[in-house]
Design a protein around this ligand. Structure first.
Ligand code: DGL
Length: 260
């Protein structure tokens, strides 16, 4: 699985708990983050390189854990990987879950500028659940806010309130957390809505979808795996420190340069 940085470890964490016998090979493209402000062409190029690295490591699944890469590079990456592995993203499983909602509901999506500007969520929801109304809002400050540790405090409350009070999001009954980082402030968002809005956390939904697919294909591991591997394209102590916040366990990042 890969992400633009260490935020995708929220997805890794969900998989690690739900599928304890699967070995994770995680690649965080810290040399190129944030993906949220990059062009689709750049993200597609990075994604291909990273997928080739994961395939060399023998991965049976390539999971695009980054919402921005899922929104801008997924179809292209599927074509690139072909039948060499199962390619999954973090958007389609959420759409499948949403499609079960009754018609007439208003659904909000928040994410990076790249994710929201791509229109991927809106397009896919309209295809899968045309009876739902979809509204989206880019909330780019949330990523640096969370990385800098501003969570559950006055500053983050003010930023969350400012974004989520936006007129376009008024009256939603569900909110999709369309970014790797947002599960960290899930309860803060719930509280902002006084627990009246359903919060769709893609990390959990994706882990469940992965379990289902591995089961259907009969390729679930049934013995404890070798240790997980965590790679980054640019190592700093700072990334190592915040990686623990996202994975909620001690981990060691190893640097590997795919762009030599
Ligand atoms: N991983 C990105 C996402 O889920 C957020 C951070 C970035 O912009 O690179 O969209």
């Amino acid at each position: 699985m890969f992400d633009s940085g260490v935020g995708g470890l929220t997805v890794a964490n969900a998989i690690h708990h739900l599928l304890p016998f699967e070995q994770l090979v995680y690649f965080g493209d810290t040399a190129h983050l944030p993906y949220g402000d990059k062009s689709s062409a750049s993200i597609q190029y990075y994604s291909r390189k990273i997928a080739d690295f994961l395939l060399e490591k023998g991965c049976k699944v390539v999971l695009v854990a980054c919402n921005t890469a899922s929104a801008t590079a997924f179809a292209e990456l599927q074509a690139h990987v072909g039948d060499r592995a199962i390619v999954l993203d973090v958007i389609n499983p959420v759409i499948q879950q949403l499609a079960k909602q009754p018609d007439g509901k208003k659904v909000g999506v928040i994410g990076t500028k790249g994710t929201i500007n791509s229109g991927a969520y809106e397009r896919k929801i309209k295809e899968a659940a045309p009876g739902l109304e979809v509204v989206s809002k880019a909330t780019p400050l949330l990523v640096p806010m969370i990385e800098e540790g501003f969570i559950y405090d006055d500053i983050s409350n003010a930023i969350v309130r400012s974004y989520l009070s936006h007129e376009s999001l008024r009256g939603i009954s569900s909110l999709i957390l369309g970014c790797t980082h947002y599960p960290i402030i899930k309860n803060q968002i719930r509280k902002f809505y006084e627990f009246q809005v359903e919060i769709l956390d893609s990390a959990l939904i994706v882990a469940k979808a992965l379990k289902k697919i591995l089961g259907q294909q009969d390729i679930l591991n049934d013995v404890p795996p070798a240790g997980h591997q965590f790679y980054v394209s640019d190592y700093t102590d700072y990334f190592n420190k915040i990686a623990r916040v996202f994975f909620e366990e001690e981990i060691n990042l190893q640097q590997v340069d795919l762009w030599k």
